[in-house]
Ligand binder design. Structure first.
Ligand code: WTA
Length: 635
């Protein structure tokens, strides 16, 4: 049983304990899990190299903690409840015992394909139970999974496969999303024209789309699994053996392969899930994220299953067949905890209350949000219309790199405040640092959010590039992990996340690097250079505004070029990175030393060109005036 907090006093007590003696605190949390061999030391760390090790020399397998540990008590209870894209298609449920069998069979399949401990398995799949089975099967045999969100392009998939040098790719013939089908296999085939590490592609039949199977490389999932043994001994893993890689965007260059390891991630995902959502045995928990993102890894798969919970997986989209779909699912399965993103809330709010009113939502006990700051209007709508004024909202702040929730209310225990992530979870030591690197103590302060002590769920490195890991997170401020977020601590000591302070933008809760989008735009033959910034967007939170300097505008006129730039980005990264606005400009505002003055572009995109700040280093003021004149938002 994972230790649970039951009261505000309990939270304060645990928090104090966790700061006074982090090792004792995390040792106690570690005790709730099954280890083949106990750790020698709870934590060994420094933020200079950086080196972060938790539960040092502990031996375990995370799937033994999901299955063997839970089977006696939970064997016949649902583990995964799956709701298909089409409400008329039959749903599926897998009990813990049934899931265990599927995981073992698929783990044996992978072993037969020559996959062993430490090998990378790339996964490019729709939201079907086999996706969760794939993750757990990898974990069972010690293979490192690298899930690539099924909305990414062939090019993005290729980059990720190559960076991790994955041996096997798991995909499907296609994926249903609303009234569309994503041709996953076709996209994968395109990616694989340039991926020499892939030996085998396992293809799940889902949409029954017409696809080509490459002889000697591709096999059908059902055929590969057929006849495999239902028993698969778990690989013994060291605490610090990698469990998975998940790529995320940074402010510069190509996506980073964030590496999470086994022991610490297990303890952190289990502990935070049980506590933040206050999950009780028998509850039905529904997280609407996609497993292609960290939220799905930690809070659809690992956290809930470690806690022996019933986790609901939904294949489709919130607005199909109509904007009441989430609420139909909540009512169909009597969902108790519901976890989604502000962008979804805003999109549903905009469709009107008729889709939520009259739905049977009385089972709901806890509402959660994640991915971006939630504005007050969305918070209140969520609270009043979905939660009927009766459900606490847990506004959970965290990141791909943190592995699990860091700052958040504990449901029903921490008093909430709209748009505030409130207080750090036990074991988390946030600090606010000025741009000059000075820690700002006390309340009513605002600055950069850093964490000064490690926690078990934190990333250990960037795959293949530890120096980049150090540089990105541990070089801005000495001896601290820098999150990239701005934050305010109010007069009550509550944290409000203000958004990214670097060149990362958060579009519909998806993290994108501006440099990544610029690189894609710059591949267009007519483009000389470009600069991308975020701008306030009513539904997406942030929209993508691209300022693009072209040479000759010959073919197709301005509209044609704009359109082809947008299409280019969709092709190179995926639809999520497609700019909302493309402004063709005569040049970009630069300093005398040639640096693009993004600050000015951000101001224009925000529709506020009245106060551009210090422009004394600007090379050419005319360019700025022309940009303001041609702005695609009101300035
Ligand atoms: C943002 C998602 C405000 C933040 C789990 C962070 C949030 C980035 C919140 C990480 C929140 C996440 N309030 N902002 N509750 N949760 N963010 O890696 O900017 O996809 O740095 O992880 O999302 O995004 P990622």
């Amino acid at each position: 049983m994972i230790n649970k907090i039951h009261s505000l006093g309990g939270y304060i007590h645990e928090y104090q304990k966790s700061v006074a003696n982090p090792q004792a605190f995390w040792a106690q949390q570690g005790e709730s899990f099954f280890w083949r061999k106990r750790w020698d030391k709870v934590v060994d760390w420094n933020f200079d190299e950086p080196k972060i090790q938790w539960y040092v020399n502990g031996k375990l397998n995370i799937t033994e903690n999901i299955f063997e540990r839970n089977l006696y008590t939970h064997g016949s209870q649902e583990a995964i409840i799956w709701e298909p894209n089409n409400p008329d298609e039959e749903s599926r449920t897998l009990t813990y015992s049934e899931l265990f069998v599927e995981v073992n069979k698929f783990a044996n399949t992978l072993r037969r394909l020559g996959v062993g401990k430490g090998d990378r398995v790339a996964i490019y799949m729709p939201m079907v139970p086999e996706l969760a089975i794939a993750l757990l099967a990898c974990a069972r045999i010690g293979a490192i999974h690298s899930v690539v969100f099924a909305g990414f392009s062939a090019n993005a998939l290729k980059e990720r496969i190559n960076d991790a040098a994955a041996k096997v790719l798991l995909t499907a013939d296609g994926g249903f999303r609303g009234d569309k089908i994503t041709p996953l296999k076709q996209i994968a085939d395109e990616a694989l024209t340039n991926c020499s590490s892939i030996e085998t592609v396992v293809v799940l039949k889902r949409t029954k789309s017409d696809i080509e199977m490459v002889v000697g490389r591709d096999i059908w999932w059902h055929k590969a699994v057929d006849g495999q043994s239902e028993v698969c001994p778990a690989e013994e893993m060291d605490s610090e053996d990698p469990l998975f890689i998940l790529y995320t965007s940074g402010s510069t260059g190509k996506p980073k392969g964030i590496v999470h390891t086994t022991g610490g991630y297990m303890v952190y995902s289990g502990y935070t899930f049980s506590n933040v959502f206050q999950y009780h045995a028998g509850d039905v928990y529904f997280c609407t994220a996609d497993i292609g993102w960290i939220t799905g890894h930690t809070y659809i798969v690992y956290g809930p299953l470690l806690a022996g919970a019933k986790t609901l997986m939904f294949e489709g989209v919130p607005t199909w067949p109509d904007a009441g779909r989430f609420w139909d699912i909540v009512s169909k399965y009597q969902v108790n905890q519901f976890y989604t993103a502000p962008t979804a809330i805003r999109a549903l709010l905009a469709k009107g209350n008729e889709f939520v009113e009259g739905k049977k939502l009385s089972s709901l006990k806890v509402l959660g949000t994640v991915g971006e700051p939630i504005n007050e209007e969305a918070w209140h709508w969520y609270h009043d219309h979905v939660g009927r004024n009766q459900c606490p909202i847990v506004d959970t702040w965290w990141q791909t790199e943190t592995g699990g929730v860091m700052v958040s209310p504990i449901a029903g225990i921490t008093p909430t405040k709209p748009s505030f992530a409130t207080l750090p979870l036990p074991g988390v030591q946030p600090v606010i640092v000025s741009n000059e690197g000075k820690e700002l103590t006390g309340n009513s302060v605002e600055g950069n959010l850093c964490i000064k002590y490690p926690w078990p769920g934190m990333a250990r490195t960037i795959w293949g590039d530890h120096e980049r890991f150090r540089q990105t997170y541990f070089s801005s401020y000495s001896k601290m992990y820098f999150t990239g977020d701005g934050v305010k601590r109010d007069e009550d000591g509550y944290y409000r996340i203000l958004g990214r302070v670097d060149d990362v933008i958060n579009v519909s809760g998806h993290r994108l690097g501006t440099a990544e989008i610029e690189n894609a735009i710059n591949e267009h033959p007519l483009v000389n250079e470009s600069a991308v910034v975020g701008y306030p967007h009513a539904i997406k939170g942030q929209g993508i505004y691209a300022f693009v300097a072209c040479g000759e505008l010959s073919t197709g006129g301005e509209d044609g070029i704009r359109k082809s730039i947008m299409q280019g980005v969709t092709k190179i990264i995926g639809p999520i990175a497609r700019p909302d606005l493309v402004q063709l400009v005569p040049g970009l505002p630069k300093t005398r030393s040639g640096k693009i003055m993004r600050r000015i572009l951000r101001k224009v995109a925000e529709g506020d060109a009245t106060n551009l700040g210090d422009i004394s280093t600007l090379l050419d003021e005319d360019v700025v005036e022309q940009i303001i004149d041609g702005a695609l938002v009101d300035v």
